[in-house]
Ligand binder design. Structure first.
Ligand code: NAP
Length: 279
């Protein structure tokens, strides 16, 4: 029998998964670079995850993205965990290695920084304190990345205070925790401001915080990308701030996985954005 090279397969595992934009994004890149490969949505319930991860490499999968609700649980299944995934306590990218081991990485933080650098090129991490609203899984990746790029202070508030306190204890003294009801006070003098809560998403309430203390030269970003311009970003823009939507983070966090699985570093550009938005 001749040994045909296998067509590489990748995908995104979540539960549910129908809303994911990742198949449109990777599908667009595969077509753009003329790569013979496929990227598929995989709806897998938590109880089936270990078994499925055993089967996927045997079916020709070279890796997968991981999304809600599996991002934390996957660390208990993976064989090799990168330092940044361990620090964040969650993974979004798996590589099925040739030696049979599953490697878990987290590219959310690097995607977050790449998005800011691309869309607010004058942004200087060291220029002043950063404000982080929210302390969920995405906030952990954002905080880790902000520390890595040299932000001098991170002010954080979360509706459920113990989650913010947990970040302070995991990431150290650069974090200053405030009460959620006083969150607006954190804005004084801040040069980077981030909404990491899910508020503002289509179907949820807007994220509302008085922006009186916001500097007009601050860079403001929202992790929410449906809609692209959240009410929070609209109000920040009205104050004169540079605003960056969350779609770029989604695109940039996907690039390292695509490169690793399919052997091509993909471009994150206007064409890519358009392809994902029109899908
Ligand atoms: P998560 O772990 O469930 O955390 C949700 C966060 O939102 C928590 O801080 C939560 O506060 C807060 N929150 C939810 N409802 C709230 C309300 N009614 N009032 C105040 N705070 C509320 O989710 P996640 O994974 O961190 O994701 C957060 C958001 O980021 C989602 O919209 C997700 O789609 C987005 N995201 C975007 C990207 C991207 O690439 N652009 C990547 C990852 C995530 P409590 O702790 O008090 O519940």
């Amino acid at each position: 029998m001749t040994d045909h090279p296998r067509i590489p397969l990748a995908g995104v595992i979540g539960h549910p998964i129908a809303h994911s934009r990742s198949p449109a994004l990777h599908g667009y890149w595969l077509k753009r670079y003329g790569i013979r490969g496929h990227y598929v949505p995989l709806d897998i319930a938590p109880s089936d995850l270990p078994q499925m991860l055993e089967a996927l490499p045997r079916m020709g999968f070279v890796g997968v993205n991981i999304t809600i609700p599996h991002k934390e649980a996957i660390l208990r299944i993976a064989d090799v965990i990168t330092d940044r995934a361990a620090l964040i306590g969650a993974a979004n990218t798996l590589i099925f290695r040739k030696d049979g081991r599953i490697q878990a990485d987290n590219t959310d933080g690097s995607g977050f920084i790449a998005n800011l650098r691309q869309n607010a090129p004058h942004w200087n991490a060291a220029s002043g304190p950063a404000v982080v609203f929210g302390a969920g899984g995405a906030a952990r990746a954002v905080v880790a990345a902000l520390i890595e790029v040299g932000v001098p202070e991170i002010r954080i508030a979360n509706r459920t205070r113990p989650r913010a306190d947990a970040l302070r204890s995991d990431f150290g003294a650069k974090l200053v925790v405030s009460e959620w009801i006083q969150a607006a006070n954190m804005l004084d003098g801040a040069t980077t401001v981030i909404n990491t809560t899910s508020l503002g998403m289509t179907g949820k309430s807007d994220f509302r915080v008085p922006l009186d203390g916001l500097r007009s030269d601050a860079v403001v970003t929202d992790l929410v990308y449906t809609p692209l311009m959240t009410q929070f970003l609209i109000e920040a823009q009205e104050k004169g701030c540079t605003v960056v939507d969350g779609l770029g983070m989604l695109l940039h966090q996907a690039a390292p996985g695509f490169e690793r699985w399919f052997g091509q570093r993909p471009e994150v550009d206007e064409e890519t954005r358009r392809a994902v938005l029109s899908a």
